[in-house]
Design a protein around this ligand. Structure first.
Ligand code: ATP
Ligand code: MG
Length: 284
């Protein structure tokens, strides 16, 4: 019994999808121009497909799982299950207009011609705002549409905004924030569910590790109490005596989000020789 997972054949999500599977300890050889490959140490078969096709394949049960952008999942609107956000492939689906146009809010979009590869999501957004617009569906190079007179505005994926900028456009409205997600067929067998849970457990351990850092520091014993109160740790920090009398080494785990604030407070409280180390896997 194996699970079949569909990932992007080539493009923005390909490398990170492979990397995630590898970080989960799953060995796959990623031959160029291969249609599929098998993991040697986990019950998983990997199919390489165009990202647009992945929701459909997962719905049909040709693949049991898929890794694809939320933007594609919502646009294709197939009855598949979103199992886990994966933290890569981050982008937003935004409305943009020519830099020279004055923009005062979403109502300015009413009755415009909008070029997009995401007609379903755009239509829904316009409806929710009580607007009508003329949606021009095009499959690529959406950003050139205003320049050639095809549209007044575009609705397209943005990450840094440099493509918009180069085409004389400005981002005026974010419709959707997206990242890669793991999707699954909605009726897996019990046996398949068990393999999915194993994979999900590993993905969560990898994700948690990425969001946390291992920290080691030296502290004089008379400052230990204050320093320890600043550190969360998984249960509580580890404290070990240093060879030098009156000093200890303190070990703990810090979340990326409050990392810099805590480091500052630790220094102020008298911590020295602070080391910060990446964590490979984290199981709580
Ligand atoms: P395919 O050949 O598989 O159809 P594609 O050209 O449709 O590929 P890519 O451009 O490789 O797709 O993008 C894949 C996904 O990467 C997007 O659907 C989106 O979720 C994510 N992504 C992240 N940043 C961006 C960005 N700046 N522009 C486009 N997509 C982005
Ligand atoms: Mg595509």
């Amino acid at each position: 019994m194996k699970l079949r997972i569909a990932i992007q054949k080539s493009g923005r999500l390909h490398d990170d999808s492979i990397k995630l599977l590898k970080e989960c300890g799953i060995d796959i050889n990623n031959g160029v121009n291969k249609l599929k490959t098998e993991a040697s140490n986990f019950p998983l078969e990997v199919f390489f497909l165009r990202d647009d096709d992945i929701p459909q394949y997962v719905e049909d049960g040709v693949a049991d799982l898929g890794i694809v952008g939320e933007n594609v999942v919502l646009e294709k609107n197939r009855p598949v299950r979103t199992v886990e956000k994966l933290g890569f492939g981050k982008c937003r689906l935004s409305l943009a207009v020519s830099k020279s146009v004055e923009y005062n809010g979403v109502k300015d979009m009413d009755k415009l011609r909008i070029a997009t590869s995401y007609p379903v999501i755009l239509e829904k957004f316009l409806k929710e705002h009580g607007l009508t617009a003329d949606i021009h569906e095009i499959s690529g190079s959406v950003e050139i549409a205003p320049g050639i007179g095809l549209a007044d505005a575009i609705c397209d994926l943005v990450s840094s905004g440099s493509t918009l900028f180069m085409n004389g456009l400005k981002e005026v409205e974010v419709i959707l924030k997206s990242e890669a997600v793991l999707i699954s067929n909605s009726s897996l067998t019990t046996e398949q569910e068990a393999i999915l849970r194993k994979l999900q457990f590993r993905i969560q351990a990898v994700k948690k590790a990425k969001n946390n850092k291992y920290i080691l520091l030296n502290a004089p014993n008379d400052k230990l109490k204050e320093i320890i109160s600043l550190l969360p740790g998984m249960k509580s920090p580890t404290v070990l005596p240093l060879a030098e009398e009156g000093w200890s080494s303190v070990h703990s785990v810090l979340n990326e989000n409050d990392f810099w604030d805590i480091i500052e407070s630790l220094k102020e409280a008298g911590a020295q020789g602070i080391l910060v180390v990446p964590i490979e896997k984290m199981i709580i």
